[in-house]
Design a protein around this ligand. Structure first.
Ligand code: SF4
Length: 373
């Protein structure tokens, strides 16, 4: 079916051009954005202060509809992570995971919430430990499907009786869900612009992290962007040998090229990056790897985020024992590297990206349900 674009993929400049070309004043754009992102309406008729002549132009050029609908209720993990499976207009599925911040030192429960967002249906990069790549790549998400995950999650977080549809419930975004964000750059950037804008999602650029498996051209493009979005590199190995074993992308963009692109990013933007390192037993947890990992981090002035591996059904990889995980943090810190060991979230709800979608696609049964958050 040849659908027209969803209006939540469109940036204000395009709307303004369209309206001006048709003899309407530019201030109508502000009104449209207000209906879309503050009031979050899903019909043209609900945009009550727009004249019929403007609505007709919008109807002729765009669709308005929710981009993602929840397939069942959210699934909750023991650690208060939540996972949604969203169904898209073409019937396929993507996932988002909501991670609540750790309780504060004084025991209070922090209110800050981070949503892990998907950018593609499936993934072409085939990292051997990841569920998202197991069925290959299907398609890029459109900008509205990326934005739609955040809007839909915020709606789900509202109390059922809440009338304030514009209440902002998510403070941080990480693009670490299904897919490689920088492989979908042309839809990712408009989506981030919308999610960051005061008139849109209102989420600060420094609270938005793009995570890449190491697409060097995409990192170089990001250097040119004016926004202050954060960058995380899924490193997972400090040598070409280890990365090639688990991340085929390293054959195309070996470590030397990746580190040079990161150097350019840090010097060109003045922003720091994070190195993500999933600890997998007998793959990349050899203590001999701590020093080369530390050297990369020190060169890039990057923080290292260590993540014990989340089991994926059908794959044999395991996380190392806790004492081995802790040795990585201790010895990285001894080298002068800022390192954290992430207490994993969502281990009991298949939070590793792509698992829930695989389960649903292979099963005739709908998603099992828990109470919504
Ligand atoms: S880890 Fe990321 S880049 Fe690698 S297969 Fe999974 S989704 Fe794709």
């Amino acid at each position: 079916m040849n659908r027209s674009r969803n209006i939540r993929s469109v940036l204000p400049r395009e709307l303004e051009d369209l309206l001006l070309r048709n003899g309407h004043p530019a201030y109508r754009v502000r009104q449209i954005l207000h209906w879309l992102y503050a009031r979050r309406v899903d019909t043209w008729e609900a945009m009550r202060n727009l004249p019929e002549s403007v609505l007709r132009i919008l109807r002729e050029n765009y669709e308005i509809r929710p981009s993602c609908t929840a397939a069942g209720q959210a699934i909750r993990a023991e650690d208060e992570s939540w996972k949604w499976l969203w169904q898209l207009a073409d019937g396929d599925y993507v996932e988002s995971v909501l991670i609540s911040a750790h309780p504060g030192r004084t025991g209070e429960v922090a209110r800050r919430k981070t949503l892990c967002v998907s950018t593609q249906v499936g993934c072409a990069y085939g990292c051997v430990f990841c569920a998202s790549g197991l069925d290959g790549f299907k398609r890029n998400l459109t900008a509205d499907e990326i934005v739609g995950q955040v809007l839909a999650a915020e709606t789900q977080l509202l109390a059922p009786d809440s009338e304030n549809r514009s209440e902002r419930r998510i403070q941080n975004l990480v693009f670490m869900g299904m897919g490689e964000p920088l492989a979908n750059y042309d839809n990712l950037l408009p989506a981030l612009t919308i999610l960051n804008a005061d008139w849109g999602g209102g989420i600060g650029a420094r609270r938005i992290t793009i995570s890449t498996c190491g697409l060097v051209p995409g990192i170089r493009r990001l250097v040119q962007e004016p926004h202050q979005f954060r960058l995380a590199i899924s490193l997972h190995g400090p040598t070409d040998e280890i990365r090639e074993r688990i991340m085929p992308v390293n054959r195309r963009y070996p470590l030397k090229d990746l580190i040079e692109a990161c150097d350019e990013y840090v010097s060109g933007t003045g922003r720091l990056i994070t190195l993500e390192y999933i600890l997998i037993a007998n793959v990349n947890d050899d203590p001999a790897l701590i020093r080369p990992l530390g050297q990369i981090a020190l060169r890039l002035r990057a923080k290292v985020n260590l993540i014990p591996y989340n089991r994926v059904k059908g794959l044999d990889w395991r996380r190392p024992p806790e004492n081995r995980q802790e040795r990585f943090v201790r010895e990285l810190e001894a080298l002068g590297v800022s390192a954290t060991l992430r207490r994993e979230k969502g281990h009991d709800i298949d939070a590793a990206c792509g698992q829930l979608r695989r389960f649903v696609k292979r099963s005739a049964h709908p998603v099992s349900t828990n109470a919504a958050p």
